[in-house]
Design a protein around this ligand. Structure first.
Ligand SMILES: NC(=O)c1ccc[n+]([C@@H]2O[C@H](COP(=O)([O-])OP(=O)(O)OC[C@H]3O[C@@H](n4cnc5c(N)ncnc54)[C@H](OP(=O)(O)O)[C@@H]3O)[C@@H](O)[C@H]2O)c1
Length: 235
């Protein structure tokens, strides 16, 4: 059985990862900020084996909680094979004159810094190379400088995903030497609270495709920026 860990698992793409991983018969640690308010996750827990779905409180802005998580799981007898830093935030109204330090720091911290801290925290914990360990950071093509327009819209979000992509590239060799694959993946434009209802893909379509890509990841792909179909996205 493959053991996954997904952050931001209470809604959107994260929640869909949990549903599909459980449907495959695998085990998953579902991390979210407020487990007591995560109704959909708790409903899943009530119909699934306790052993296959473990709900865990994690605010990815809390570095100490990230650092202590691998040991906490180990003590419970859980060793992770596939880490999916998925939690993310976007910010509205960032035109010139409306750019705010606090917003930018929150977006950069959540989307770029936290996945790097998670990667570092789990580097020793992941069952590599015995179990084909993988770290899959959920990025966005809005972090692609090649695709970027010069509109201020999505300023801190685009910056944060570009920084995440750089982090993936930077850490990928060290992790590949340990037998761990590290990639950034763009899920497509997805119908979630963040993506909105006009998005092209349902969470089911996006997540199913991403799991197909994740299954086939090889160490040679470490450091790549892929989309949900497994195609490379320009930096
Ligand atoms: N939807 C799209 O079209 C799209 C496109 C490209 C990339 N993405 C990326 O895909 C990922 C998932 O997005 P989504 O569409 O599912 O967004 P979403 O529906 O807005 O869900 C975001 C998730 O992240 C969690 N989160 C935010 N800040 C957190 C924190 N500090 N600690 C823990 N969890 C936190 C949220 O938890 P709370 O409920 O507690 O807020 C929620 O579970 C993100 O990284 C996003 O950037 C999405």
């Amino acid at each position: 059985m493959v053991n996954y860990l997904v952050t931001g698992a209470n809604r959107g793409i994260g929640l869909e990862f949990i549903r599909q991983i459980l449907h495959r018969g695998e085990r998953v640690v579902a991390c979210c900020r407020n487990p007591e308010r995560a109704i959909a996750l708790n409903t899943l827990a009530s119909v699934h084996d306790n052993d296959r779905l473990v709900i865990c409180k994690l605010d990815v802005m809390q570095a100490t909680a990230i650092a202590s998580l691998p040991e906490l799981l180990k003590k419970k007898g859980i060793l992770i094979d596939v880490l999916i830093p998925n939690a993310g935030v976007a910010a509205a109204s960032e035109r010139l004159g409306l750019i705010q330090e606090e917003t930018m720091l929150r977006v950069l911290h959540t989307n770029a810094i936290s996945p790097m801290l998670l990667t570092q925290a789990f580097a020793d914990h992941l069952q590599a190379p015995k179990r084909n360990a993988k770290i899959v950071c959920i990025s966005s093509d809005l972090g692609s400088i090649t695709y970027a327009s010069d509109l201020t819209f999505g300023l801190s979000y685009g910056m944060s995903k570009a920084a995440l992509n750089m982090g993936v590239k930077k850490l990928s060799s060290d992790l590949a030497n340990r037998g761990i694959v590290l990639v950034a993946i763009h899920p497509g434009w997805v119908q979630t609270d963040m993506g909105g209802r006009y998005a092209h893909l349902t969470p089911t379509e996006s997540t199913q495709a991403m799991l197909g890509v994740i299954d086939k990841l090889s160490i040679a792909q470490s450091g790549l920026f892929l989309d949900y179909r497994g195609q490379q996205v320009p930096w």
